[in-house]
Design a protein around this ligand. Sequence first.
Ligand code: NPQ
Ligand code: MG
Length: 364
Amino acid sequence: MELRLIALPLLHPFETSFGVEAEKHCVLVRLDCEGVTGWGECVAMNGPWYSEETTGTAWHILTQFILPHVLGRDFDSAQELQGRLARVRGNKMARAALEGAFLDALARSRDRSLAHFLGGEGTEIESGVSIGIQSSPEALVAIVERELATGYRRAKLKIKPGSDIEFVRAVRLAFPEAQLMVDANSAYTLEDAEHLRSLDVFGLTMIEQPLGHDDIVDHATLSARVQTPICLDESIHSAQDARHALELASCRIINIKAGRVGGLTEAIRIHDICRNRGVPVWCGGMLETNIGRAHNVALASLPGFTLPGDISASERYFVEDIAYPNFRVSSRGTLAVPTTPGTGVEVDEQRLERVTLRRTELVA
Ligand code: NPQ
Ligand code: MG
């Protein structure tokens, strides 16, 4: 087993309601298992801004409590692997990174693509973009124009108080027919319900995570007060959370990120719950390298992912990635689902070495 902390400069700084990120830091897991290698990417950021996990906490939990506990053991399924880790509470992103590497290796050992191994069906997925907060509505309109011209199926606009209604209005006026949504990353409270209701006139597909990062109660109240569907991201950490949120009518759509819920197996459970209830889901993103991106593409190929997600072409993010081939967007706004074994991407070891800040190895 190998763990690496890497740093990749972003092509463009990405601003959300919780701050600006100029560099992507993440932890990568490599597993060498009886002739096959699997890679996983931990989506925890440098700081605890999106969730409480960070690259530092993930490193700590993986090296001290997760990897030593599974090192040298045999597992035939992700369920078995997760069973061994049942004692570890929380730390979903750390746990998901291991499960991702394990599933890549397992799919490779069976000579199957990760997408097919997980139950994916399509040959391509619908692609959307997430656009950071811009300095002016005009600047935002210019970016949306470029992305829609590229072919992307929907644009997600990041919003925060002071950079919301006028920005959305400008984009809607410029693109009357475009599929648009907003993501507030918890920047509002229930006292802003009337303000958020003024978004209803713009025909947005959804408002993502407007209220508290751990809330599902106020979101239910807000859901009843606005017409635009509410989507939850940060608040959903498990299949149980998803069930609770749907029972409370806190949301009508769920953004699924394997990292946020402890791995692909739990992500698929949420997908299944939503599919049974006719609730649409889509695959979120955390500015992943091609390793995490490939895991997202495989997940998004499952049939319940009926809305375009935050999985865009590799070249939107980094000058140079660490795994290849890049994911490219077609003129119809789709990404092809790899058909080669595992994730379908291979790590460029030289490139990886150049961006590595920290590395450790565990040998059975
Ligand atoms: C979201 N992502 O849906 C997240 C939040 C986010 C694509 O909008 C570095 C690493 C910066 C992860 C900024 C998108 C990030 C990050 C925002 C995740 O809420
Ligand atoms: Mg979000």
